[in-house]
Design a protein. Structure first.
Length: 511
């Protein structure tokens, strides 16, 4: 009797929910916003299409079919241009509940990326932005050089054996070891072994898939997480593994520092900001000077953020650079010519090209910029919530509480901004637009968002730029790369980061 009553109640609740959803979708003032029919009634349509791992391409197709604003779920809308009211500095549009999936369910656990509290995010960002600034890159360049040296040795070995390699994997090994060096003065060893050390890459991938999908039904995240974290190999278990790893590294550093004598501690506190000191040391120094400004949790939070977000974005971006240069030989030839001219003018320079010089090479920068336009690392909409009072966006008045977002892929492939050849890798478009310095250049810059927008722009973007500017010239001058895939169009999977599935190449030495 009791069981029958429970089942009847569940059925009745489900029917009422369906009726309510249909009623609101029919009577809603936003009913005129186009989109897939099933998306009017449930987020299930969006969930299934994100789960397929191909939503970046589907999102572009949706806007080509329906126009500048598309419904992908009840009260969930994708737009095709970065509205300043939504993403500009000082915007009151907070991040949506989708970002809940990227948090640990405990209320005292939060990190910078998913934080929905606008005020707290701004205050936290101020604490750390100097550590990620362009001026701070000088102190990290030594760590990047160390990893480039090992990476080039590996490429030389592969060029002799001529065996095909998964370049996306090796670029992630490079990016992961760089972040380990920058953060902890300790490479994880991915470059040395070419393998997933302690299962960290698998843990990170599983965590990404979990967060991407769990965020769509954010209300269920605490319940899902409690179950999933007990299952080995799950995304929740992967996140717990990464948290323990970071906590262990911090504990080891604290133990080392506790054994320093007074004079050694004073030297650390007085060290020049340009000295090659890692991220953890710099944070701990600030903590010891001002424990209220940078707490122990802040140190953990940023150490975790570096690991979770610091490798995939750079690895995906570097993969795009190398993939497109391999597909477009004339572009590669022009880049090599620029590098050769630079070397001729700086023949006394030893070692790798310094970052400041690489950053000043126009065609190299255009190549990197175009590669990130063609294949931005993130491939889902940057969801934001319409604040109290509503907002007029893309020709529609949206009510408070509606969720809207732009996908960087949609913005980057918009033909009204980047032209009819937006699907073509052509770095010259940036040089041409910059030379004219007209309205077209401003539009392109405003719609270029590989690292996000406004106050939520990726804090680590300059470190990623450092890694790319340093490595690309060395790779293209020392090696040739030949695609070894069934098709010249690679396969990708999109669970927030749009990662190549099998970017296989053969490495050949260049004389």
């Amino acid at each position: 009797m009791y069981t029958s009553l429970v089942l009847l109640s569940i059925c009745l609740f489900t029917v009422l929910r369906v009726v309510y959803t249909i009623y609101t979708s029919v009577t809603s003032p936003e009913k005129s916003i186009p989109g897939p029919w099933l998306a009017r009634f449930s987020r299930l349509w969006y969930f299934l299409h994100v789960r397929s791992g191909n939503f970046h391409h589907e999102n572009i197709a949706l806007h080509a079919k329906y126009g500048p604003i598309v419904r992908v779920g009840p009260n969930l809308y994708s737009i095709d241009h970065p509205d300043k009211n939504v993403y500009g500095i000082g915007s009151k549009f907070k991040k949506s509940d989708w970002y809940e999936g990227w948090k640990h369910p405990s209320p005292d656990r939060w990190t910078l990326f998913p934080d929905q509290d606008i005020k707290r995010h701004a205050e936290t960002r101020k604490r750390f932005q100097n550590l990620y600034s362009m001026s701070s890159l000088v102190s990290y360049e030594k760590y990047v050089d160390e990893c480039i040296d090992i990476f080039l040795q590996k490429m030389s070995s592969f060029s002799r054996s001529r065996e095909p390699i998964d370049m996306a994997h090796w670029l992630q090994c490079y990016a992961f070891d760089v972040m380990g060096d920058i953060t902890y003065s300790e490479r994880f060893g991915f470059l040395d072994q070419g393998e997933d050390i302690a299962g960290m890459l698998v843990a990170l991938d599983n965590s990404m898939v979990y967060s991407t999908l769990a965020g769509i039904y954010a209300w269920a995240h605490p319940y899902f997480y409690a179950i999933m974290e007990k299952i080995p190999g799950s995304g929740a278990a992967g996140r717990n593994f990464l948290m323990k790893f970071v906590q262990q590294k911090i504990a080891e550093r604290n133990h080392t520092r506790s054994n320093l004598n007074a004079s050694e501690k004073q030297l650390r506190l007085e060290a020049n900001d340009d000295a090659p000191r890692d991220f953890l040391d710099k944070l701990t120094d600030i903590h010891e000077r001002d424990p209220q400004r940078v707490t122990s949790y802040h140190i953990f939070m940023m150490g975790m953020s570096n690991i979770v977000a610091g490798s995939d974005t750079t690895a995906v971006s570097l993969s795009s650079v190398l993939y497109n240069l391999t597909k477009y030989p004339s572009t590669l030839a022009r880049l090599r010519h620029e590098i050769k001219e630079h070397e001729a003018q700086n023949d006394s320079c030893e070692g790798f090209i310094p970052f400041k010089e690489a950053h000043a090479m126009p065609y190299l920068q255009a190549v990197i910029k175009e590669a990130l336009r063609m294949h931005p690392a993130t491939g889902l909409p940057l969801w934001r919530v319409v604040p109290e009072g509503g907002a007029f966006i893309a020709g529609h008045q949206l009510p408070a509480g509606a969720t809207i977002g732009i996908n960087s892929w949609v913005a980057h492939y918009n033909p009204s901004i980047f032209g009819a050849d937006a699907h073509i890798f052509r770095p010259e478009r940036w040089l041409e637009a910059e030379q004219e310095k007209g309205e077209q250049y401003q539009k392109m810059e405003a719609n270029y968002l590989p690292f996000g927008l406004g106050s939520r722009t990726c804090l680590g973007r300059h470190i990623s730029t450092l890694e790319m500017c340093k490595l690309v010239p060395e790779l293209v001058t020392k090696f040739d790369f030949e695609l070894d895939m069934p098709s010249t169009n690679w396969t990708t999977k999109n669970y927030w980061f749009v990662k190549p599935v099998d970017f296989r190449v053969r490495v050949k030495p260049r004389l």
